[in-house]
Design a protein around this ligand. Structure first.
Ligand SMILES: O=C(O)[C@H](O)[C@@H](O)[C@H](O)[C@H](O)COP(=O)(O)O
Length: 265
């Protein structure tokens, strides 16, 4: 059953700055970025729901997507999302309890999920404990195997993965210099983040690469140098983790003006 068409997108974002080959959309400020992202996430979820009866959506962690999630909890987007078709996953998670302030699941619940008309079975937290981190990774990979369609290489295919970007070029929890950058056999893997001496779980490159659509949300001047390196110049030298994603699906970059500040006009 097709979903009703949405109203035209909000007019408060600046003109798209498309760079050949990359779909880059630059917005005046974090609020405009979040509102544009809410439009896109809703539209993409509706597309998937109409086309395949379900939308398998993986959420990003960190601070940038919080406002997006708050917007999705209210009109107009909450009236347009294909709620019965939605299945919610996570791109990565810190190995802390859900009530911990660092929990990506906890952040998404507070900002959105606890106010969304979703059954418990539609939300799949990536729960992890340091003492059983390898088993937690295997358990989540098994969930993806059971829940998702697979591509011809046998990799689970998410419809949409939301991703952030760190100033060091990490995305999800694919951090520079970590063994997980070489992981191609497992769909979910543990990561020990030295600088925080903490454990995380992350989707690995095969799953990111298999997704039908990746949508990056990047805000803040502290990301400008990384954005300029990733989107502004041909890749040379050692690739940053985010540059190593050989995406098979569509990739959209949503930047605020500060993060895009060092991109050539
Ligand atoms: O769990 C996490 O922290 C995210 O997966 C991580 O990849 C995040 O997206 C970036 O570090 C950007 O974080 P900010 O949005 O807070 O800048």
């Amino acid at each position: 059953m097709p979903f009703p068409d949405p109203p035209p997108p909000a007019a408060n974002s600046t003109a798209a700055a498309a760079k050949a080959g990359a779909d880059i959309r630059i917005h005046n400020n974090p609020e405009a970025l979040s509102r544009a992202a809410a439009e896109r996430v809703t539209a993409l979820c509706r597309e998937a729901g109409s086309a395949r009866g379900s939308c398998h959506l993986a959420l990003a962690g960190g601070s940038t997507p919080r406002r997006l999630y708050e917007l999705l909890a209210g009109p107009p987007w909450s009236q347009q999302l294909p709620w019965p078709a939605l299945q919610i996953y996570f791109g990565d998670e810190r190995a802390v309890p859900p009530e911990h302030p660092d929990s990506n699941y906890g952040m998404a619940r507070a900002a959105w999920l606890d106010r969304a008309p979703l059954a418990a079975g539609q939300i799949h937290p990536m729960l992890a404990e340091p003492a059983r981190i390898a088993q937690d990774a295997a358990d989540y990979a098994g969930l993806l195997e059971r829940q998702l369609p697979h591509n011809e290489a046998g990799v689970p295919v998410l419809d949409l993965i939301l991703l952030g970007l760190g100033p060091d070029g990490h995305t999800a929890s694919l951090f520079p210099g970590t063994p997980v950058l070489e992981e191609r056999a497992r769909w979910v893997a543990p990561v020990h983040v030295e600088q925080h001496d903490s454990w995380r779980l992350t989707l690995t490159y095969p799953v990111l690469e298999a997704a039908r659509q990746l949508l990056f949300l990047v805000a803040g001047a502290d990301k400008a140098a990384c954005i300029a390196r990733v989107l502004g110049t041909p890749a040379n030298g050692e690739l940053l983790p985010v540059q190593r994603i050989a995406a098979r699906g569509r990739v959209e970059w949503h930047l605020d003006a500060a993060a895009a500040g060092r991109l050539a006009p």
